[in-house]
Design a protein around this ligand. Structure first.
Ligand SMILES: Nc1nc2c(ncn2[C@@H]2O[C@H](COP(=O)(O)OP(=O)(O)OP(=O)(O)O)[C@@H](O)[C@H]2O)c(=O)[nH]1
Ligand SMILES: [K+]
Ligand SMILES: [Mg+2]
Length: 352
């Protein structure tokens, strides 16, 4: 009998078995067996090793990837947030490939990817570890998901697993460019005013990597806060209010119940915050801004970036821009292409 048939057999038996005290033990055994077979399906063999079903086209303004141990509720969350159906079941390894969905928040189109649960040893290729991790690398943000009913050591285990493969949590790669030189020490150049980074700090960090001569260019304000990831603790409907309160106090944590629809807006908001996207509104001369639509831009965007996202050739016709908002010194401020935009700015482009 093939493995798929064995799985189907057990699933049939589970669905036929009435759930009560007397059958509890038997059902437990069946679920364990099912999880083992499904784990086998996950082991890369032959063509499956190439990662079929994991190559999902990027779409939207940003990509968020769900990573967590089996059965924490990743697929439940995907279904809830995006309306895309991803199989949900109370046994491990229900999801075997990458399932994409998308949701809109504050005008941004966010792609959310559901993946198989990762297991300890994923970093060495266990389960679909390699494929899952390869997908995680393409993400703008990794959303770590944990089960509130399980031991708190999970968080550390998961972080360790990801750090082993170089997905450094809470430490998003900042936009720093450096070129190693033969001599001359460290030459440091920041295009944007730095609130925390200093030449000395950069030299110290590089020294740790045995780099003593390099040309360093920093293109954004590198702050510690930018490196923070979001951890979602699911199934809070299953634990006491005291427990929820305790978990919620951990850093960068959102407590949710995907099934009971608890705190979904808070989660979406943390995702938005974490992605560091900007929403900028455009207006035409003599008209009110269109607040129903906006341009979704990356952090660090300028008037030039905004022009590109409005129309390919707009930059060629650009005379000057007008800006109302927190990035302008007065309202409106007349600006050039290099003016850096901030969230909720309103802009008007004046053509030649
Ligand atoms: N009580 C409770 N149960 C939940 C919640 N979210 C998911 N579940 C249940 O947890 C089980 C696993 O959910 P899934 O969404 O399949 O979990 P998963 O992380 O996608 O699992 P794998 O794909 O197998 O790794 C199912 O029985 C869900 O009904 C929740 O918020 N509260
Ligand atoms: K599951
Ligand atoms: Mg799943």
């Amino acid at each position: 009998m093939g493995i798929l048939e064995k799985i189907a057999d057990i699933e049939r038996e589970i669905s036929k078995t009435q759930k009560n005290k007397a059958t509890e033990y038997h059902l437990g055994l069946l679920k364990g067996k099912l999880a083992r077979y499904r784990a086998e399906l996950l082991e890369p063999k032959g063509s499956a090793a190439k990662g079929e079903g994991f190559d999902v086209l990027k779409s939207g303004d940003a990509r968020v990837v769900l990573i967590g141990f089996p059965s924490v509720g990743k697929s439940t969350l995907l279904s809830k947030l995006t309306g895309t159906k991803s199989e949900v079941a109370n046994y491990e390894f229900t999801t075997l490939t990458c399932i994409p969905g998308k949701f809109m928040y504050k005008g941004a189109n966010i792609q959310l990817l559901d993946l198989p649960g990762i297991i300890q040893g994923a970093s060495e290729g266990k389960g679909r570890g390699r494929q899952v991790i390869a997908v995680a690398r393409t993400a703008d943000m990794v959303l770590m998901m944990l089960d509130s009913t399980k031991s708190h050591s999970q968080r550390e285990l998961l972080e360790k697993e990801l750090e082993t493969v170089g997905i450094r949590l809470n430490k998003k790669t900042p936009d720093i460019y450096y070129k190693v030189k033969k001599g001359g020490g460290i030459s440091y150049n920041a295009v944007v005013k730095q609130s925390q980074l200093t030449e000395r700090l950069v030299a110290d960090i590089l020294q740790q990597y045995k780099v003593f001569n390099a040309e360093v260019l920093v293109r954004q304000d590198v702050t510690i806060d930018e490196f923070i990831d979001v951890v979602a603790y699911n199934k809070i409907d299953e634990v006491t209010i005291e427990e929820v309160d305790k978990i919620a106090r951990e850093d960068h944590t959102v407590v949710i119940s995907a099934e009971e629809d608890l705190n979904m807006e808070v989660l979406k908001d943390s995702i938005w915050e974490h992605l560091n996207l900007l929403r900028v509104y455009t207006k035409k001369h003599g008209e009110y801004p269109d607040f129903s639509e906006g341009l979704i831009l990356r952090n660090g965007a300028t008037i030039e970036t905004a022009c590109h996202s409005i129309h390919r050739s707009l930059v060629n016709d650009f005379k000057y821009g007008l800006v109302w908002g927190t990035s302008s010194k007065h309202n409106p401020q007349r600006v050039g292409l290099s003016h850096a935009l901030e969230n909720e700015d309103v802009i008007q482009i004046v053509k030649k």
